[in-house]
Design a protein around this ligand. Sequence first.
Ligand code: BTN
Length: 243
Amino acid sequence: FPFRLVHLNETSSTNSYLQALCIQQPVEELTTVITDFQTAGRGQRGNSWESQIGKNLLFSFVLFPKFLEARRQFLISQIISLAIKDELDIYTTDISIKWPNDIYWKEKKICGMLIENDLMGKLINQSIAGIGININQETFFSQAPNPVSLLQITQKEYDIFTILKNIMIRIQDYYTLLQQNQVELIANRYKESLFRKNGLHLYKDANGIFLARIVQVEPEGRLILEDEGLKKRDYMFKEVEYI
Ligand code: BTN
């Protein structure tokens, strides 16, 4: 494994573990914490994250992107999403990035991420990214996030550490692009990879349901839609829902 790796049989949450580790001792960039089981796996919006023991990828890693302005912090989510999509594309088709922080297979969620940034004024001091990818799980108890695993898609089992290693190498490569300020390249690839990148689809905002197409996702994370009347609408996270 190319980076420092901490493997835990069980922990509350790899994000929380890595956060504590970074406070206790100097930690190198891309240090990764993986666990077989989380007792309090955390998801978006205070949700929990379900995963059977040893079946899936549950990991977190740390970046210190001190060169990146806080207002452009969504670029971190973009490079991680692209790295995961590139890897999953090897095993199946129909993988897409669902703005803002999910990876989908067709209409189902295969991966979620929770990125916790520590800001220092206008810059990002530390970014802890926690990723859950459903790999070998046969059935899910909760259907709430509409989950699917790689095993359910392909009827094959996978070696979790091989996939982790490949993803971390891809993340390092994209991170290098970010350090080189190749923002346009990242934005273009991201747009190409989006869930619902083509055509009109139903969305819902505070004013109701409407049909729109995706125009762009901005570096600060705003989703720009164009509705049927060709009017532009832009949204921050949680301001719009996919129907
Ligand atoms: C989501 O709700 O979609 C985000 C899920 C993120 C889950 C991962 S699993 C590893 C890491 N540790 C956590 O507690 N959460 C993230």
